[in-house]
Design a protein around this ligand. Structure first.
Ligand SMILES: N[C@@H](CCC(=O)N[C@@H](CS)C(=O)NCC(=O)O)C(=O)O
Length: 209
């Protein structure tokens, strides 16, 4: 297998997932700053032009972080990061999807239509600056909501690290790379970030990639 990876929260999330699983997968850097992922050659790997992409041993190009993580979890069930029973898997999927749809998507769209506009406008549809401001505000409100859901727990669900924690953590860390900080009223998430920072897998955030 090979992982086509780049800057950004999504590839880093998969890299953390791989490290948490104790796997070693060859990584190929794609330079999204120069738009390498938007060149015709990359379209053969992912028609949507985004990273990460996992090239499977049979040559299939798998994109979308959840699909990649689910695939790796099926191949390597231990340690379980997406649950071990129908109920625990469903709970992790519920939280990962909530965080993705309610927080990561508006945050990303807000960034692309706001501060990130010069980079993204030439290569994809971006929302208006007004919509970007609103989406960023919605995402911030949802971070506060997630903070309340986390409360004084160490992890988002099941008292252990799961994919849901990795999604939340990677988008908070991504915020740090674009000048965003956790909104007021998210002390629980700040504590969560502190202990997640101590994980060996969090070192992926120290790389320039
Ligand atoms: N829904 C996709 C999102 C992937 C995504 O947006 N990746 C970013 C990097 S974090 C990217 O490729 N950005 C560069 C671009 O879109 O040109 C997933 O789950 O993998």
């Amino acid at each position: 297998m090979k992982l086509y990876s780049s800057l950004g929260p999504n590839p880093r999330l998969v890299r953390m997932f791989i490290l948490e699983k104790g796997l070693d997968i060859e990584r190929i850097h794609i330079d999204i700053l120069t738009g390498e992922n938007r060149q015709p050659e990359f379209a053969d790997k992912n028609i949507l032009g985004t990273t990460p992409v996992l090239e499977l041993d049979n040559g299939f190009m798998l994109s979308e972080i959840v699909a990649i993580c689910e695939y790796l979890e099926e191949l390597h069930p231990d340690p379980a990061l997406i649950g071990t029973t129908p109920e625990t898997r469903a709970e992790v999927r519920m939280w990962a999807r909530r965080i993705d749809l309610e927080i990561a998507v508006p945050m990303t769209l807000g960034f692309r239509g706001g501060a990130g506009r010069p980079m993204f406008e030439p290569r994809m549809d971006v929302v208006s600056t007004e919509a970007a401001t609103e989406l960023s505000a919605i995402s911030d409100r949802h971070w506060v909501w997630l903070d309340g859901q986390l409360g004084d727990k160490k992890y988002i669900c099941q008292d252990k690290l799961t994919l849901a924690d990795l999604v939340a953590y990677c988008f908070i860390k991504f915020g740090g790379t674009i000048g965003w900080t956790l909104p007021e009223g998210t002390d629980n998430l700040a504590r969560f970030v502190q202990h997640m920072d101590e994980r060996e897998s969090a070192k992926v955030w120290e790389d320039s990639e």
